[in-house]
Design a protein. Structure first.
Length: 375
C-alpha cells in the first residue's frame, strides 16, 4: 500500500445523480495536483472508469467538495465538479442541483451544521456560482432522515423529502437572469439561423424548440443519442451561445473545456409519451411542457436539478421559448416538466424580473463511507 494514498470519502445519491463527497482539506490546494487526484479517484480518462469510483455515466461522474462556510450568510461551502469520463477534464463552471440535494444531509451528518428536529435548514454557499441556496432537511435522532414518502421520477422507491430553494441563484454565472437582455435571440449556425432563449438561474441554459431541431420532443434517450447529426447540431448551438455569453473564447474551447455548461434543452408543448424506464404512459394533462435536456453532449436520462430551476424560471418569463410551450394560467405557480423518465415539479414565482421562489423536492442518501485508494 506504500505506493498508494488513501482519501476519506462518502458516496451519496443526490436526486437522480450519484456523487463522491470529499472534504476540501483532504484534497491538494494546488489546482493542477487537485485535478490530477480527482481524475485518479474517478478512474478518468477511461470510457469505463474501470480503475476508479466513476460509474461510466455523466450522472455518476460527479464530485462535491465540502468545507466550512466562507460566506457570512451560509452554513457550508460546496464546490461542484463534473468529472470527464473519456477526457481528462474537471469542469467547475456550474452547479448540479441533484448533487446539491445531498449537501444538506452530508453537512448535518458530518457535523458542519447542528441537527435540529424535525427540520434543519442548511444554507449552502455554492462556490462555483457564488450563490446561496437553501435545503430544508428532515432530521431524526440527530441525523438526516432517510426514509419517507417522497417519490421522485428516476429513482426506485421513496425517501425523506428535501426541499431545495434556488431563488437566490439568478444570474449564477453571467450576473443576469437574461444574459443578453433578450427573451429570444437568433444565432447563426452552419445549418442556418435558429431562435434560442438564454436564461441564467442556478446554471445558464439554452432553450430551443424541439421542432426547430427536427424532432417531436418526446423521443427516448436511445433515439436522441443515436442521432449523431442532431447531437452535432445541438453542440454547435450550445458552444456558440457559450461564446455569446462570455463562458468561452471559441466554440471549440466551450466543447473542450466547458462541456457541461451552459446546458441546452429542447422544449415542446405537452404530449403523451412513454416513460422509457417502465413503459408507463405520461399523459399530456399531467405536464406543463415536455423537455429533453442535454448534458455532456448526451441526453440526460431524467432532468438536472439546476435545469429544473432554470426551466421553471424560463417558463414564467413571458416571451421565452419555454413560456410559449405553457398552456396553464399565469397564476399557476407549479411547472411540471415532462422528462424521459417521468415528471419533475418546480414551485416557481417570478415577479418584475426577479425570482421570488424556485423550489423543488428531492431525496438523497448516503451509500458508502470509507477511503478511496489512488496511485
Amino acid at each position: 500500500m506504500a505506493e498508494m494514498k488513501r482519501i476519506p470519502c462518502v458516496i451519496m445519491r443526490g436526486g437522480t445523480s450519484k456523487g463522491i463527497f470529499i472534504k476540501s482539506n483532504h484534497l491538494p490546494q494546488d489546482k493542477k495536483l487537485r485535478d490530477e487526484m480527482i481524475l485518479s479517484i474517478f478512474g478518468s480518462p477511461d470510457i469505463r472508469q474501470i480503475d476508479g469510483l466513476g460509474g461510466a455515466d455523466p450522472l455518476t461522474s460527479k464530485l462535491a467538495i465540502i468545507a466550512p462556510s466562507s460566506h457570512p450568510q451560509a452554513d457550508v461551502d460546496y464546490t461542484f465538479a463534473q468529472v470527464g469520463i473519456s477526457q481528462p477534464v474537471v469542469d467547475y463552471s456550474g452547479n448540479c442541483g441533484n448533487i446539491s440535494s445531498g449537501v444538506g444531509p452530508y453537512a448535518i451528518d458530518e457535523g458542519f451544521v447542528k441537527a435540529i428536529e424535525p427540520f434543519t435548514k442548511v444554507r449552502i454557499h455554492n462556490t462555483n456560482t457564488g450563490k446561496i441556496l437553501e435545503a430544508e432537511v428532515e432530521v431524526e435522532g440527530g441525523r438526516a432522515k432517510v426514509t419517507g414518502e417522497c417519490r421522485i421520477a428516476g429513482v426506485p422507491g421513496t425517501g425523506s423529502k428535501i426541499m431545495l430553494n434556488f431563488a437566490g441563484t439568478a444570474g449564477s454565472v453571467t450576473g443576469k437572469l437574461l444574459p443578453t437582455g433578450n427573451v429570444v435571440d437568433t444565432i447563426s449556425t452552419s445549418s442556418g439561423s435558429i431562435e434560442v432563449s438564454i436564461v441564467d438561474c442556478a446554471n445558464p441554459m439554452v432553450f430551443v424548440r424541439a421542432e426547430d431541431m427536427g424532432i417531436k420532443g418526446i423521443e427516448s434517450p436511445d433515439e436522441i443519442n443515436s442521432n449523431s447529426e442532431l447531437l452535432k447540431r445541438l453542440e454547435e448551438v450550445r458552444s456558440t451561445v457559450a461564446v455569446l455569453i462570455g463562458m468561452a473564447e471559441t466554440p471549440q474551447e466551450a466543447t473542450e473545456k466547458s462541456p457541461a455548461f451552459p446546458m441546452i434543452a429542447m422544449v415542446s408543448k405537452p404530449a403523451d409519451y412513454a416513460d422509457f424506464t417502465s413503459g408507463k404512459m405520461i399523459a399530456s394533462s399531467d405536464i406543463s411542457l415536455v423537455s429533453r435536456l442535454m448534458f455532456m453532449q448526451v441526453l440526460h436520462k431524467t432532468y438536472a436539478g439546476t435545469g429544473t430551476v432554470c426551466t421553471g424560471a424560463a417558463a414564467k418569463i413571458p416571451g421565452t421559448i419555454v413560456h410559449e410551450m405553457i398552456t396553464e394560467p399565469e397564476s399557476v405557480e407549479t411547472v411540471r416538466i415532462g422528462h424521459p423518465a417521468g415528471v419533475i415539479v418546480l414551485e416557481a414565482r417570478v415577479k418584475d424580473g426577479c425570482i421570488e421562489r424556485a423550489a423543488f423536492a428531492r431525496t438523497a442518501r448516503r451509500i458508502m463511507e470509507g477511503y478511496v485508494w489512488i496511485r
